[in-house]
Design a protein around this ligand. Structure first.
Ligand SMILES: [Zn+2]
Length: 270
């Protein structure tokens, strides 16, 4: 009888232990799992182990840091910095376009040029200043309406192409483009795809790029304030008509610029 009681006791203990571990792992999962949308920024508790150039914000619920979420084609659970994040897929739609075939199927020299330029752009985005602290309170670089949203699937002359990870704003040739946030000019040039292009470094890994301009109004190394004119809308590079193609990069991902220009954006994500 005593043996039976002991055996029963052991079973109870094993069960308790198992239940305890399940509970602990569930708790860790609940604490560590964050959630956000494709191409957006979320805030997470800052980690003491992060590099010193990581931007942190003091809030009533502790010190936070910002994390960018990649564009995803389906819901995805990923690791970003020291957290696990569920990135929710967003249906951004499909856009059918027609254009100059020579700019859709590239000739060998064009492909070589485009590859070289892609590296140049990547290089410009590889180092970010810590001398500027971005406010994240963007304003629209041109007042035009959105002609092509972020994330839309593009089909060029019937050929499926990559998703549009930028925002197209309508504007006639010569419409002034202003800096949506303070920044340093880290790239200017004339590129195969993006035509006359300028990139701003807003600090701490936040960059923005302006493409297809008819004229560039700032020079490499210039420090521009929010609202300063940086160029004019044009139709240089691979385009179907004059517009501004505006890309925002942060923390290694391209973001949805339309979210960033919403009022009180930073406080909405902290
Ligand atoms: Zn575009």
């Amino acid at each position: 009888m005593e043996d039976l009681v002991q055996m029963f006791q052991k079973k109870i203990n094993a069960f308790n232990l198992l239940a305890f571990f399940i509970l602990v792992s569930m708790q860790t999962f609940a604490n560590g799992l964050f959630e956000g949308q494709s191409g957006e920024i979320i805030s997470i508790p800052a980690s003491a182990q992060e590099k010193s150039d990581v931007l942190t914000f003091k809030t009533s619920s502790g010190t936070k840091q910002l994390v960018s979420l990649p564009f995803v084609k389906q819901d995805l659970v990923i690791t970003r910095h020291h957290v696990t994040v569920k990135v929710n897929w967003v249906d951004f739609g499909i856009d059918e376009l027609t254009g100059d075939p020579s700019k859709v199927i590239l000739s060998k020299p064009d492909q070589a040029r485009a590859n070289k330029e892609a590296l140049e752009i990547k290089q410009a985005l590889s180092v970010s200043t810590t001398k500027i602290t971005p406010s994240f309170n963007f304003i629209a670089p041109v007042p035009g309406i959105v002609t092509s949203p972020f994330g839309i699937k593009r089909i060029w002359n019937g050929v499926p192409k990559s998703h549009h990870l930028a925002l197209d704003l309508r504007g006639s040739v010569g419409t002034p483009i202003i800096a949506p946030l303070k920044g340093k000019v880290v790239l200017v040039g004339n590129y195969f795809y993006t035509g006359l292009t300028l990139i701003l470094d807003h600090g701490h890994g936040l960059f923005s790029s302006y493409a297809h301009m008819s004229e560039i109004k700032a020079q490499l190394g210039d420090l521009v304030e929010q609202s300063d004119e940086i160029g004019l809308v044009g139709s240089t590079g691979r385009v179907t008509g004059p517009h501004l193609h505006w890309t925002v990069y942060f923390d290694g991902n391209k973001l949805n610029p339309e979210s960033l220009i919403k009022e009180n954006y930073l406080s909405s994500i902290l």
